[in-house]
Every structure is written in C-alpha cells, then in structure tokens.
Ligand binder design. Sequence first.
Ligand code: NAP
Length: 345
Amino acid sequence: MTNPVTTSTTEIVLPGVVDPSGLQVCARELPVPVAGQVVLRMEATGVSFAEQQMRRGKYYDQPPFPFVPGYDLVGTVTAVGPGGDTDLVGRRFAAVTKIGAWATHVLVEAADLVPVPDGVSPAAAETVVVNGITAWQMLHRLAKVRSGNVVVVLGANGGVGSTLVQLARHAGVRVIGTASPRHHDAVRALGATPVDYREPGMYHRVRALAPDGVDAVFDHVGGPGVERSWQLLRRGGTLVSYGTAATKDEAGNSRLPVLKLFAQLKLWHTLPNHRSAYFYNFWAGHRNLAAFRRNLAQDLTQVFRLLADGVLDPQIAAEIPLAEAASALTLAESRTVAGKVILVP
Ligand SMILES: NC(=O)c1ccc[n+]([C@@H]2O[C@H](COP(=O)([O-])OP(=O)(O)OC[C@H]3O[C@@H](n4cnc5c(N)ncnc54)[C@H](OP(=O)(O)O)[C@@H]3O)[C@@H](O)[C@H]2O)c1
C-alpha cells in the first residue's frame, strides 16, 4: 500500500549570500515519494555551524544557490513510496540530509532513517543527530579514547562540543573545555574544566591542567591555533581536526583554508613523532553507502540510547518556529548560546 497524495511543504530558502534576514519562506507541493523514499513531517530541525557558513557561501561543498538549508531533522513519517514499508507511517525518525531539512515536510530515503526511542522529545533528539554522530565517531572511531584519558575540547559550549564533552565524560575521560567565560558554568555542569579561549595564555593554562600533555584534542577552529593544539598532545596522542571556524569570515576561496589544513595534518601524521593527526569528515566513506549508513545508524542509536537513559542532557539553546529561521540563525551566530538552536514547525 502506498500513499500517492501530494503534500504541501513550507520551506526556508537561502537565495544567495545574504544576511539571515534574507532567508525566504516559500510554500510548494512536495513531489509524491518514489520507491525507497518517505515523507517526513518535520518535528524538529536546527541550526548547525554549516548553515552559518553556507549563507556566506563558505561551506566546503555546498550546492549552488538557491537552496533549502537544514543539515538534519527529526520527524514522523506521513507517506511512503511505492512498495515501501507502510509500518513506518506514524513513527518518529531522525535523518541527516546536509541540506533541505528546514521545511515542514521533507522527502528522505527510507534507508537514511534512524528510529528515535520512545520518550525522547523531537527537540532533544535533534540536539544529537549530526552533533551526536560527529562527536561519537571522533571520540570512538578516530581518537579511540579510553577511561582515564585527558582530552581538550575546543568550543565546549557548541552543539558538537557540548555533546563531545558529555560522551567523553561518560567514557571516563577527563575533559578540558574551552569556551567564553559566560559559558563556564554550563561547561562545568557538563563535567569539563573550562578555560577561556580568549585568554592570551590559554594554552599555558591547559598545560598547567595537564602537564604531561593530553591524549586527544578536538579542534574545529583551524587557522594558526591548530599548531598549538598539536603541541598539547602527549606521546601517542591524537589531534582530531574537524573544521575551520576561524576562517569563516575570511574573504577568498572557501576551500583553500581546508586544503591547507589537510596538508598540514597529513604531514604531522606522517612524520615519525608518535602522535596522530586526522581530519574528521562526517561524509567520509559515503561512496560505500551501505557501510556508511550502517555505521551512522549504529552510532546514532548508541547516542540516542544514552539520551533516553538520561546519561546525556540535551543542550537546547532555544526552540524557534521554522518561519522565524532568520531569528534562529541570528541567534546561533550571536556567539552567546550554549547548545543547539532548534527549529520547530
Ligand atoms: N568535519 C565534520 O564532518 C563536521 C561535522 C559537524 C560539525 N563540524 C564543525 O564543528 C564545529 C561546530 O559545529 P556546531 O554545529 O556545533 O556549531 P555551534 O553550535 O554553532 O558551535 C560553534 C562553536 O564554535 C565556537 N566558535 C564559533 N566561531 C568561532 C571562531 N571564529 N573561532 C573560534 N571558535 C568559534 C563557538 O564559540 P562561541 O559560542 O564562544 O562563539 C562554539 O563553541 C563547526 O566548525 C563545524 O563546521 C564539522
């Protein structure tokens, strides 16, 4: 049985390089799902750093304008394509879309759906979709942290950062987290020791907290500071670089800072110095789609379980209606929030 009825959707369109106020609210009929697809009625989506880069035309592989942003969402299936599993209808799932999730209804491949456990609210689940997968994979698939390790998380108040801190603490890892002072209480409440990233002596302060060096540094800032991150590592330590936030507002080619960073990490990793350096890319391995989906579902399911069990405290910075996406993006970019800004229908 299929549901061939079309669905109206309201979407937020990013028309070009614009201020948040330049986002447009548009309505259209969604095509009926084809075989393998479902329609998800969005219950929560959110603002990731990616959208902040995309509106500047600075995201590494964004599509040409105009497009609908929205990296991930949580929603309920309202229709399935021909031959699809009708038992999916009425059930709540999460999916990572990279773009397109800022909409009331979204077409998604059924194979990309990950079930949200009962008792977990859509907004809570949304805080750990791309953030939770990213944090889990960096901790457990790349850095392979162990109980007793000490790690540094840059931007411990952010969406990924606050999830990283909590997952690391759950794994028995001591965390030093950088954040601006306004977030230090929040970072402490997550179980990390806060350090002010604006303080000129920040790296000395980290050194004082971990005189023997640290087992891993999670660095989404890039720029010249990545060298300081590398120097914090002890023998056997791992630098996990996963962004270039520092260059978000730089003019010029958006790929250049990333490519320079890749080259630097590769060099460090290759030299015989008993330390490792990686760039974590969420989409790595996407060419082997079946394995990519399997890992993603496995990792997100573990994170959802920790959320359902109360181990993770969802960091919701604000819940804002989708139609007010412009204010949500402004808020996320204000550098005042802790956790994730969530968009709701
Ligand atoms: N490689 C991947 O596959 C992958 C996947 C997911 C995310 N990411 C990266 O992860 C990072 C965090 O993403 P998110 O969605 O969690 O973002 P978010 O919630 O907006 O948090 C951003 C964090 O970065 C800090 N920050 C912002 N601008 C900065 C700058 N210019 N210099 C230093 N710190 C800055 C913020 O601190 P303040 O609040 O003090 O401004 C905050 O702690 C981003 O860089 C994103 O690109 C990478």
